[in-house]
Design a protein around this ligand. Structure first.
Ligand code: NAD
Length: 353
């Protein structure tokens, strides 16, 4: 029987989420809710699914198996809790919520209801990131020594609404926006983060509580150092890269455009071999159909792994704990900025404070 899905929030991301469900076999889109009813109508057009103006009506529908939450961040908790109470699994857009305590309440509600909670860290599914992860895991670059991570865009004009960047709603600035994918990718690529030192500043856009720049060092439980920088002042506009260095080479994953560089050597100091991936099919498709065409493919892949996760199988999809941990790392940068000290995170599975 098809898994019956609802979608809450039918903005840019919600419409893509609805499209990913409609285009995946074995899944049925039952309803989409958005107070802007025209948006919900657009998301369901031609599918037979119900457009609803009120998300509570969607949650109350009988026989709903799962809900994708793609509403503004400050609404995630209330909506996720209601979904779990109604017996539905939840795939929640990033960031999971706008505070640590709120994330913890969401995880506790999922556990109490015995339902699956997944978080939409879809960058894990970018081909360049998947290649970086595989290259680290299969030992091609040897023993991992350090990572260098950067991401950002050029500022506030990229935001369509206040909730996207004002801290009482968003929970913070660049780290809660583009940066939250990268805190997730840091631990996805290098392993669990144990310690964080960082400095967050807001001297460019001067939005209270919302950093426009953060520079940090993360240390994994195995001692791998990771430098991390996210910014809302990047002259080139949107982009990110992750460099992983080992004792036998390095690999870079970057976007946009999607690309990889792999440099290998038999031992430190030995001649280097270099390989590049440019993903021309992605470049051409994005030129014709835009970046959302790549996002759609990652959402389809996430859905496949979400159904696996519901069945208790593993995949690349981020779980609720990953959603919480990404916020714990960002929160540690905020705490480190205030205290000037490195912050130790508690081991996985336990609250950090
Ligand atoms: N995975 C990614 O790469 C990525 C990229 C951008 C945004 N996001 C996340 O996706 C979510 C949505 O972002 P977006 O860019 O689509 O924003 P958006 O502004 O385009 O869409 C938000 C939608 O939510 C609707 N909404 C407002 N109040 C609501 C309510 N009470 N119930 C239901 N819907 C409501 C709005 O009417 C709007 O249509 C956010 O959590 C955001 O952080 C993820």
């Amino acid at each position: 029987m098809a898994t019956r899905f609802g979608v809450i929030g039918a903005g840019v991301i919600g419409k893509l989420r609805a499209e990913s469900i409609r285009s995946t076999r074995g899944i049925e889109l039952v309803a989409v809710a958005d107070p802007v009813i025209a948006a919900a109508e657009q998301a369901v057009r031609g599918s037979g699914a119900k457009p609803l103006a009120e998300w509570r009506e969607l949650v109350a529908l009988t026989g709903l198996d799962a809900v994708v939450i793609s509403s503004p961040v400050h609404l995630h908790e209330e909506q996720a809790l209601a979904c779990f109470q109604a017996g539905a699994h939840v795939l929640c857009e990033k960031p999971l919520s706008n505070s640590l305590d709120s994330c913890r309440r969401i995880l506790a509600a999922a556990e109490k209801a015995g339902k699956t909670l997944a978080v939409g860290f879809n960058h894990r599914y970018f081909p360049a990131v998947a290649l970086l992860k595989k290259t680290i895991d299969d030992g091609t670059i040897g023993v991992v020594d350090h990572l260098r991570i950067f991401g950002g865009h050029d500022g506030l004009h990229n935001f369509r609404a206040d909730w996207m960047y004002k801290s009482p709603l968003s929970g913070g600035g660049a780290m809660m926006d583009v940066g939250i994918h990268l805190t997730d990718l840091a631990r996805y690529a290098a392993g669990e983060i144990a310690e964080v030192y960082g400095v967050a500043t807001n001297n460019i856009w001067h939005v209270d509580g919302s950093e426009d720049n953060a520079v940090a060092v993360f240390k994994t439980v195995t001692g791998i150092p990771i430098t991390y920088q996210v910014t809302w002042a990047e002259w080139r506009g949107y982009g990110f890269f992750i460099d992983a260095y080992g004792d036998r080479g390095m690999i870079r994953a970057s976007y946009a455009p999607m690309s990889n560089i792999l440099v290998t050597q038999d031992k430190p100091g030995a001649p280097r071999r270099r390989r590049r991936w440019w993903y021309p099919e992605i470049m051409v498709r994005e030129k014709m159909k835009g970046w959302t065409s790549t996002t759609l493919l990652t959402f389809q892949a996430e859905l496949g792994d979400f159904r696996k996760m519901i069945r208790g199988e593993s995949g690349s999809l981020a779980d609720g704990f990953s959603g919480l941990r990404a916020i714990e790392i960002a929160d540690a940068v905020y705490r480190s900025t205030k205290t000037g000290a490195a912050i130790k995170l508690d081991p996985p599975g336990r609250p950090t404070r």
